[in-house]
Ligand binder design. Sequence first.
Ligand SMILES: [Zn+2]
Length: 169
Amino acid sequence: MEKLLIVVDMQNDFVTGVLGTNEAQTIVSDVADYVKNFNGKVIFTRDTHDESYLETQEGKKLPVPHCIKGSDGWQIVPELLPFTNNSNVIDKPTFGSLALSDFLKENDFSEIELCGVCTGICVISNAVIAKATRPNTPVSVLSNLCACVTPDSHNTALEAMKTCHIDII
Ligand SMILES: [Zn+2]
């Protein structure tokens, strides 16, 4: 059985765009190197909203339109774009992806690894979904290949995932 790497939301808006951070920019080249050398299957999640974003629950709490389908900000960052194709990107309308859960139900892997942004929002949401879908598969998060809004929120999320038996490496 092969390993799976889930690259979470490495999109322009979260790196250099409206919700970009220095922390996210710092990890891009290392994530690209890791993806390039990964021995297994790689899939990408893509945060995807439409023009009605501000009326959604997420939009009310975070009134910054981002990752609007088809926009530049929605695209996977240029460094990772070459590794994407028609069948390895999962669009998701909110933090955690139930389509990812469906994919994991249909496809068994020896191990599941996650990296990307933001550690405390979409990485943690999808790590917990992976663990819930495949409780007997080791799930780990690559802490140096994740970034959050602040280093503090990054560390808080890593601690929370550890509590849920997600390995932090
Ligand atoms: Zn979003």
